[in-house]
Structure formats: C-alpha cells, structure tokens
Design a protein around this ligand. Structure first.
Ligand SMILES: *Cc1c(COP(=O)(O)O)cnc(C)c1O
Length: 348
C-alpha cells in the first residue's frame, strides 16, 4: 500500500472461485467445462509451442476468420481478447463516460471494473423471480447484462433485448453471452438490425479453454475498431500464439464441442430434476450451472458440508442470494456424487 496510488487504495478485487489442483476434489465452483479439450486442440498447442520465439499475430486472423464463419458475421465484426474479462475491461474503460447500469445480481466483475475505472454505476434490482426487466433500465447510461444471467442462469429472449435496443438507439447495450452455447438464446443473429448492441463471448465455458484465455466481441465494425484502438494502446499481443492455435483448432472441432455441450445440457436437466426432488428451489438455468436454494437448510451450511466431502461449489455471501448455491455442471458421475452427498445432508 505504501507506493500504490491513492485512487486504488480502496479497490476491492474480484474473488475468483478456488483453483485447487488436488485430484480428489470435485470442482463445481467456476463453471469450467468438465470435459478435456479436443485432441486437435492439444496437438495445436504443442505445435504452436515451437513458434514461441516469435510474437503472436496481433490481427488474430487465424481465429477471427473461422469464428466469423461460425457466427455468420464478417471478420470486421469480431474482436478477440485475453479472455472476455479483458474485453469487458476495455469496454468499462472506454465506453462508459455516461455511466453504466447492470443488474444487482450478476457477474461480479462488472462492479469491480466500475470501481477500477471510477464509473458512475447503478445496480438495477432483479425482479422477485430473479429475472431482468429491461423496462427498469431507463436513462442514458451504457447497459451491461449477462444473457443467460449469472449466477441465476435465467435468460431473456433476444427479441426482448432487440426491442429495448431499438428504443434506446443512442445507448450501447452490451450482452455478455458467456453461457449462450448452453442456451437457445443469442443476440448474434440480430446484430445487423441493432448496431448499438455488442455481444461478448468466451472460449472458457463451452469450448474447454478457460486456461487458454480467449474471448471475443461481436458487433458493428465501428465498435470493433474502437476496441482495437484500446487493445493496441495496451498490448497488441494480449492473445498469445498458443491460445490462437487452440482457438482455431477448437473451431475446427465443432462436432466435439457440440457433443460435450449436449452432454452438459443433458446432465443439467438431470441435476435440476434431482435437486427439485430433494426440495431445492432451482431456477430454470440455461447455463452450464444450476442455481438452487433448499427449502429449509441454509446455503452456507450446505456449501461447507459439500466442501467437507471435497465437492467445491460457489456460495455468494450477498443479500437476496445468500441461501443459494451455484453449482457448475460436471460430468454425470460427478453430479451423481453431489446429489448423493446432498441427500445425506437434507434427509438425515
Ligand atoms: C466466465 C464468465 C466470463 C469470463 O470469461 P473469460 O473469457 O474466462 O474471461 C465473463 N462473463 C461471465 C458472465 C462469465 O460467467
């Protein structure tokens, strides 16, 4: 603290879920993909390692071109960053001088970046059913929502977001689609009609690359160019060569990605059903996680009981959701073990 600038002395950083390398742990706390990356990604990383004496390609075309094809947009509509967190940091740094609105219960980084960049941030309460109501977002500020939202998993229909964007053509609407591959919602097909909407996505969840750090933004080329100005003013090589190679290999392995995504969706359906049978109230999550509270037993108690049995889930000590657990969808066998432990806790 002695040398840190005054303006940062009260910064409260984001608290990531624990990363614990112990084999015995069932890790359901950070919404990673429980399945290994496709073999082609592993091979691509090895090959790219041989090129590490050179800087990575700052244009990132190796990934942008096939990603544009996959999303059915043009390459000039895509920006890549070192995880979507880096892209969000550029957005909060450079696009929010009129302030920002986001839900009171959502991805914790929005608050952290607002504080980091000294923004006027307004948290808009979720409705009682934990849904986002866009009619509550009046004003001139930039809007940031996650869709599906985290940690609730509840999604808005793209047409609802589109209608809101049309009513507010002077505002930038940022839609964080970290979990959209596990849902049936995406704004990407609607972007040509809505030049004030920017979608942010990631390779961390559905594409098995959380450790690779690869995120993207999709939107009007005007916004993409501005993001590039910010990136090239920070670090043109923020996406490293191994990650670019892995991203390209992931896009070339779409069948594998689709298959593991479907397994996760099927396991999610099974898990929600099993939790409801144990008297949990579970949201209709469209993410690779579920959000659940028990009828009588406190969230913290269950969180600690699971931890004792080496199962890590996420518990947020935060008003309105302190009774909930956010549980990432692991393999079917991991979820069966989770349900077994919860059964012992709730039916003693
Ligand atoms: C996981 C997550 C991110 C961060 O993704 P990275 O690409 O790993 O930085 C962004 N937004 C939401 C809502 C997330 O859950």
């Amino acid at each position: 603290m002695r040398f840190l600038d005054q303006q940062f002395k009260h910064l409260v950083p984001y608290v990531p879920g624990e990363q614990n390398a112990t084999e015995k742990i069932i890790k359901l706390n950070t919404n990673e993909n429980p399945y290994d990356p496709p073999q082609a990604v592993i091979e691509a990383a090895k090959d790219a390692a041989q090129t590490l004496s050179r800087y990575s390609d700052p244009t990132c075309k190796e990934v942008i071109v096939p990603l544009a094809k996959h999303l059915k947009v043009a390459p000039e509509n895509i920006f890549l960053g070192n995880g979507s967190d880096e892209i969000l940091s550029f957005l909060f740094q450079g696009f929010m001088e009129k302030g920002v609105q986001f839900p009171d219960i959502t991805y914790g980084f929005y608050r952290v970046y607002s504080d980091l960049f000294h923004l006027t941030a307004t948290e808009i309460p979720l409705r009682d059913d934990l849904s986002i109501e866009l009619a509550d977002y009046q004003g001139t500020e930039t809007v940031v929502i996650a869709n599906p939202n985290a940690p609730t998993g509840i999604a808005l229909h793209p047409e609802v977001i589109g209608a809101f964007a049309s009513q507010h053509p002077e505002r930038l609407i940022i839609v964080d689609e970290a979990y959209s591959d596990f849902s049936d919602v995406s704004m990407v097909p609607y972007l040509s009609k809505h030049p004030n909407v920017l979608v942010v996505g990631t390779f961390s969840k559905s594409r098995h690359l959380a450790g690779g750090r690869l995120g993207y933004a999709v939107g009007a080329s005007e916004i993409i160019n501005d993001l590039n100005t910010l990136k090239f003013s920070h670090n043109p090589y923020s996406v490293n060569a191994m990650t670019l190679a892995c991203g390209a290999a992931s896009l070339a392995s779409q069948d594998y990605v689709d298959e593991s995504t479907q397994k996760i969706i099927d396991t999610r359906t099974w898990t929600i059903q099993a939790l409801r049978e144990l008297a949990f109230d579970v949201t209709d999550s469209q993410g690779n996680f579920v959000f659940a509270q028990h009828a009588t037993i406190a969230g913290e108690k269950l969180f600690l009981a699971l931890k004792e049995k080496h199962i890590l889930v996420r518990w947020f000590n935060q008003p309105r959701i302190a009774n909930y657990l956010r549980i990432s969808i692991g393999t079917q066998s991991e979820m069966e073990q989770l349900i077994q432990v919860l059964k012992e806790e709730v039916q003693p």
